[in-house]
Design a protein around this ligand. Structure first.
Ligand code: ATP
Ligand code: MG
Length: 287
């Protein structure tokens, strides 16, 4: 039986989260520092550990069938691969930045100036779309020092918190792209491998839904149940169980992580008591 070959970053910001995602999907494998590939013990996949820059090419050439890497790298390499899923980690943005003291009036600022970057393809596409006549200085790394050493006026780079820019006396002036880790796939994988990929995606969805949701339990007076149901509709509907205490019920449901605090505020206003919130390990949505 053929195995689905998955490429992940060997060492870097994506490695641990990529490993963990596969582990949370129930895929067991061993990894030692020097190995470049390993087979899972309990799922028909083989894992290749590579530099993230090489993953798009390897997936295009079917050295790997699928890969996990930043959308920024996928767009920069512009290979013939398909983005099949956003994975929700390694979020960052790609921005233009200039020295703090410079006045910025809009993107025309960059006309007839030079920008240093490790992402020349994404940048040149953006410059063309905006009809800007800007020179691109391609460098391999440490882009943020380019203005201070006189290499360029501005830079185009990855930003997550922005603290590296500030440390180097720069300010962000324009976001060009939002990025996060994505799952990419070769466009011509066999039916057999596609079947494994679909099983993997099913598991990834269960892991992602679980981390985006919490299980919530609370006690409430029966008179508040109708209003409370509207705040926490749950997967189908909340579970409502009578308490020994007459006139009170225990309500169980699921809430979205990003609506969580708002919902808790409403519930307490409605008279809910003894609210417990519990992490969900896996959540299967098959409707
Ligand atoms: P490799 O040796 O595999 O080529 P790398 O140095 O290119 O590694 P990392 O610094 O490990 O790459 O970053 C990998 C990806 O993590 C980036 O391409 C980006 O998608 C994401 N990322 C998230 N936040 C940041 C950040 N603050 N700085 C850099 N990359 C980030
Ligand atoms: Mg890289």
């Amino acid at each position: 039986m053929s195995k689905l070959k998955i490429a992940i970053q060997k060492k870097g910001r994506l490695s641990e989260k990529s490993f963990n995602l596969l582990k949370e999907c129930g895929i067991k494998f061993s990894y030692s520092d020097r190995r470049l590939k390993t087979e899972a013990k309990n799922f028909p996949v083989e894992i290749l550990f590579l530099r993230d820059d090489d993953i798009p090419q390897y997936v295009e050439e079917q050295v790997a069938d699928i890969g996990i890497l930043g959308l920024n790298e996928v767009l920069e390499k512009d290979k013939n691969v398909e983005v099949v899923k956003n994975l929700g980690f390694a979020a960052c943005r790609m921005c233009l930045a200039i020295p703090k003291a410079m006045d910025y009036s809009g993107i025309d600022f960059f006309n007839n100036k030079k920008i240093a970057t490790s992402y020349p393809n994404i940048l040149s596409k953006f410059l063309n779309e905006n009809n800007l006549n800007t020179e691109i200085e391609t460098i391999g790394g440490s882009v943020e020092i380019a203005p201070s050493i006189g290499l360029s006026t501005g830079i185009f780079d990855i930003v997550s918190t922005g603290s590296t820019l500030i440390t180097n006396g720069l300010k962000e002036v324009k976001t060009v792209l939002e990025s996060e880790a994505v799952l990419i796939s070769n466009k011509n994988i066999s039916a057999e491998k596609l079947d494994i990929l679909q099983k993997l995606i099913f598991r990834i969805d269960a892991v992602k839904n679980a981390s985006n949701n919490k299980y919530i339990l609370l006690n409430a007076p029966n008179t508040a149940i109708d209003e409370i149901r509207k705040c926490i509709p749950g997967m189908k509907s909340p579970t409502i169980l009578p308490l020994m205490n007459e006139g009170w019920s225990s309500i169980h449901s699921v809430v979205k992580e990003d609506e969580f605090w708002e919902v808790i505020d409403k519930l307490t206003e409605l008279g809910a008591e003894g609210i417990l919130v519990i992490p969900i390990e896996k959540m299967i949505l098959n409707s």
